[in-house]
Design a protein around this ligand. Structure first.
Ligand code: DC
Length: 222
């Protein structure tokens, strides 16, 4: 039986940093489901698919191949054979992902892929609906959040450190918009699973969050 850690929370809460470190510490595979939604967002945008046209959306989803491979411990994401690992990180890809993720055809396709991956390996899977919809039976569920101000500040510093232009007010507005979209959609909205452990990282370092999750996982695995 594989062991799953479901890690959900809003954009910018530090999920991927924490998930990667927890996976490495426990020798689990890290699955970034947001990257899968981002790849689908880029794909549907490149096709110009009318998201309200159910038949067109179903046909486009059917044709999309989104796969994940691990190379030297790093996750690579492929869209119809092309490595889009870097492309999915763009802010525009995040917004596109938030938009297309509200559609049932997109969610069904990615959810079943995620369930298949988790059935065959020990995983730390991060996203918005992992504990509530993808892996409702996961033995450990974490809901990781932080204040909007703190999340915006972290994103701002991340961009600045990369030498990129950054506008704190614009980042804050973007985060609020994504929070709203992700938690108000009809299907699998972002919300804490009843049995999830709530962690607010506003005043915790990534190391402290990792330590807590690893501790809980070891406790539940024994
Ligand atoms: O975590 P992220 O910023 O890479 O996610 C991008 C968008 O994808 C996010 O705004 C909502 C959507 N998403 C989702 O609906 N369900 C998931 N399990 C993961 C991401």
């Amino acid at each position: 039986m594989s062991f799953q850690i479901a890690l959900d929370g809003p954009a910018g809460a530090g999920k991927s940093t924490v998930a990667k470190a927890v996976a490495s510490e426990l020798h689990f595979i890290y699955i970034d489901t947001g990257a899968m939604y981002r790849a689908m967002g880029l794909y549907l945008d490149s096709l110009g698919t009318d998201l309200e046209d159910q038949a067109a959306l179903d046909a486009a989803c059917e044709k999309a191949s989104v796969t994940i491979a691990h190379q030297n411990g790093a996750q690579h994401i492929y869209l119809n054979g092309e490595d889009v690992t870097t492309a999915v990180r763009a802010e525009t890809a995040g917004m596109l992902a938030s938009k297309v993720s509200a559609y049932g055809s997109v969610r069904r396709k990615l959810t079943s892929m995620q369930q298949e991956i988790a059935a065959s390996a020990d995983v730390v899977m991060d996203g918005r609906d992992i504990g509530t919809a993808v892996l409702p039976e996961a033995p450990l569920k974490i809901f990781l959040t932080a204040s909007v101000e703190e999340r915006a500040r972290r994103r701002y510093l991340e961009l600045k450190n990369k030498g990129q232009e950054a506008d704190l007010a614009a980042i804050s507005a973007d985060i609020e918009k994504r929070d709203y979209q992700d938690s108000h959609r009809e299907i699998a909205p972002l919300r804490q699973a009843e049995d999830a452990v709530y962690l607010d990282s506003s005043n915790l370092s990534a190391e402290q969050v990792v330590e807590k999750i690893v501790f809980l996982a070891r406790e539940r695995m024994s």
